[in-house]
Design a protein around this ligand. Structure first.
Ligand code: C5P
Length: 293
């Protein structure tokens, strides 16, 4: 996630998103959140955030009217935290070009928050200490701390205990985007934890994770069942994908799904998948990204 200067008073940052290659719910915590064990990977579906300082206060505009531009938006809350922590008067005029699906489990909004933080640190030449950035990220949401790192990582706790797993081998994913969103809180509320012990992501050496990604053995998401319980269309997409030989899994709390894409030579298969799922889900292709943190 690189911040680029566009003159003395403007910066631009492209903010990627993530897939949950593995997501197990270990249990419910006393604070109402769930204890998780996840493997996350950054991918190159990106939004573009432009930040200028010719403003009084904090203003956000977005080319997608479905995106809130007030304090419900992580960008606005990240900017507030930045100015507070840096001891500067709030001056930021921001524009978001939204391309990552909203409410899709891809963490686009979480990445936007870190993008805003990095853009403002660059614009004001006011880098916050890493621990301060981490504290702000945790306050902004469960998926936000991962975007301080990117790449391939194991994330535990609520998502804030992060062990980077090194650079993933270059790979491409099919991302299936249904025409509806899932509410994270509703999906968790619909979850019945099994009485059996939680699945393990296995030994966590980067080599073994890579191997299990290649074999398709790693992909798992405990939230698929509760999400399908809420949205019957979702179960239909998964069934259709499996019928045509695509082992699709949900990312985060949905509603997007993903599977490994064929290598470039086998791209014809990806086009067939898009055709077979037409009307049920839009198919996009994304590449994994190395860590930036
Ligand atoms: O932290 P965030 O705002 O992304 O979480 C949204 C909702 O998802 C929470 O209010 C909670 O209901 C649920 N959640 C959870 N356990 C997690 C993460 C999220 O129960 N580890």
């Amino acid at each position: 996630m690189q911040v680029v200067r566009r003159g003395p008073d403007t910066v631009v940052v492209r903010t990627p998103c993530k897939l949950n290659l593995f997501l197990e719910v270990i249990g419910k915590r006393a604070d109402g959140y769930h204890e998780l064990d996840m493997i996350m990977e950054a991918i190159d579906l990106c939004d573009t955030l432009t930040v200028a300082r010719d403003a009084d206060g904090i203003a956000l505009a977005c080319d997608d009217p479905a995106v809130p531009t007030d304090r419900r938006n992580t960008i606005v809350r990240a900017a507030e935290r930045f100015f507070e922590a840096a001891g500067l008067p709030p001056r930021a005029r921001m524009h978001l070009r939204k391309r990552v699906p909203i409410g899709g489990g891809l963490g686009g909004g979480s990445a936007n928050g870190i993008g805003a933080l990095r853009a403002l640190m660059e614009l004001y030449a006011a880098p916050l200490p890493r621990e301060e950035q981490f504290r702000i990220a945790c306050e902004l949401g469960s998926d936000v701390p991962f975007f301080l790192y990117g790449g391939l990582a194991r994330c535990r706790g609520r998502g804030e205990i992060i062990d980077p797993l090194g650079a993933g081998a270059p790979r491409r994913y099919l991302v299936l985007v249904p025409p509806f969103a899932c509410s994270t809180a509703e999906v968790y509320a619909n979850l019945n934890l099994p009485l059996t012990s939680p699945r393990s992501a296995g030994t966590m050496s980067p080599g073994s994770v890579e191997e299990r990604i290649r074999d398709g053995m790693l992909f798992f998401n405990r939230l698929e069942q509760p999400a399908a319980g809420l949205r019957p269309e979702f179960a239909l997409i998964m069934k259709k994908a499996r019928e045509i030989g695509v082992d699709a899994h949900m990312t985060g709390s949905g509603a997007c799904l993903f599977a490994l894409a064929s290598d470039r030579a086998g791209g014809g298969r990806d086009a067939l998948v898009a055709e077979a799922l037409a009307g049920m889900a839009e198919v996009r292709i994304a590449e994994n990204l190395p860590a930036w943190g």
